[in-house]
Ligand binder design. Structure first.
Ligand code: ADP
Length: 358
């Protein structure tokens, strides 16, 4: 039996807005689940329904197989970390972390041991006497996490916990969150709009759009086997390149460049005369010619040297695309190049439903 079960969960706000539609998910104990999607897709609403901070309009939320819809936040044994750290400014780090236990009237000695242990996990041992204002953003967020993990709760919920940090702190804190999860083994549900956070942290990702789950899977599954155009475009940076064209005689023409799709070994008969979405990832394109690949002649519009790679902006006919290549091979702007897209790296989607064609 799954630890947490969300069965046909819906949220309809009092103003009638239907924010979450038929959300179905089973979560195992100890899993790190990430809800990812653009702003407004229903991630926080779903998290808040799990936390007990928002009513569930329809559907069942089960903890260990028992209906928990009506339980209050405390009875659900959840701890939540928000974007804003919400620390008490006049209390030391020690007292901030200890606060929940102090309220519960836990023994001082027990509190001290737990605070010290939590501080050790979070690298805050040397800061216990400080006030929050004497800490960096990353350290404050660690205190907020400490306050949440010190209570041995079953479910650890995080809503965009890194969004107030600068880029460098975000990367550090991201790996720390992964480390904390390894150490505590707490079941974690983490909300972010950032696909990199989702890819690096998650055991499984739940990718959402407009209140609907688009796909649930491991980071690898979402990257290599996206279910539809949305997921394919959301996961990966820069995003997957797409071109739409009508299939004629097994071929499509993208702005005059022809792609013979019969080379891909897929059964495309039912798509004859219909629109197909052709996709490939920037990092799968190769400069020059390689075996078993489409060759595309083009002109370099712009290059961005990023250190570990270069993004090359080109057009396929009229359709803009990006190639991610080795920086040593960065071509001149305006130069004519040919690049190859290996057949095995091509994705096709139904132009109407936008679902992947297997
Ligand atoms: P996300 O976390 O993915 O950014 P939210 O779950 O916060 O998205 O919001 C999902 C949708 O529900 C948004 O369109 C938002 O405007 C709407 N929404 C959120 N809270 C309320 C509310 N209290 N009343 C009505 N609509 C709301």
């Amino acid at each position: 039996m799954a630890y947490l079960t969300l069965k046909n969960i819906n949220k309809i706000y009092p103003n009638g807005f239907h924010a979450v539609h038929d959300f179905n998910l089973e979560i195992e104990k100890g899993e790190f689940i990430v809800f990812v999607g653009s702003s407004g897709c229903g991630k926080s609403t779903t998290l808040r329904m799990i936390a007990g901070l928002e009513d569930i309009s329809n559907g069942d939320f089960l903890i260990n197989g028992k209906r928990a819809n009506e339980l209050g936040p405390r009875e659900r044994e959840v701890a939540m970390v928000f974007q804003s750290y919400a620390l008490y400014p006049q209390m030391t780090v020690y007292d901030n972390i200890a606060f929940g236990l102090t309220l519960q009237g836990v023994d001082e000695d027990v509190i001290e041991e737990k605070v010290k242990n939590t501080a050790r996990i979070l690298g805050l041992t040397d800061y216990l006497d400080r006030l929050p204002r004497a800490l960096s953003g990353g350290q404050r967020q660690r205190v907020a996490i400490g306050r949440a993990i010190i209570r041995k709760v079953g479910i650890f919920l995080m809503d965009e916990p890194l969004s107030n940090l600068d880029a460098k702190q975000r990367v550090t804190m991201r790996s720390e969150i992964a480390q904390i999860h390894r150490e505590t083994g707490a079941t974690t549900i983490y909300v972010t709009h950032d696909q990199t956070e989702a890819m690096t942290l998650a055991d499984r990702i739940v990718c959402m759009k407009d209140g609907y789950i688009q796909q649930v899977g491991t980071p690898k599954q979402l990257y290599f086997e996206p279910a539809n155009v949305f997921v394919a475009g959301f996961i990966g940076e820069p995003p997957m390149n797409f071109a739409r064209a009508v299939l004629k005689g097994g071929k499509i023409s993208v702005g005059g460049v022809e792609f013979d799709l019969t080379k891909l070994g897929k059964d495309l008969k039912k798509y004859e005369g219909k629109e197909i979405v052709f996709g490939f990832r920037p990092e799968h394109a190769k400069l020059g010619k390689v075996a078993n690949a489409y060759e595309v002649p083009t002109t370099v519009e712009l290059t961005e040297m990023l250190g570990d790679n270069t993004n090359v902006y080109i057009n396929i006919g009229e359709v803009p695309a990006i190639l991610k290549i080795d920086p040593h091979d960065t071509p001149e702007v305006d130069s004519k190049i040919t690049f190859s897209i290996p057949y095995e790296n091509v994705y096709l989607f139904d132009g109407e439903t936008e679902l992947v064609i297997k």
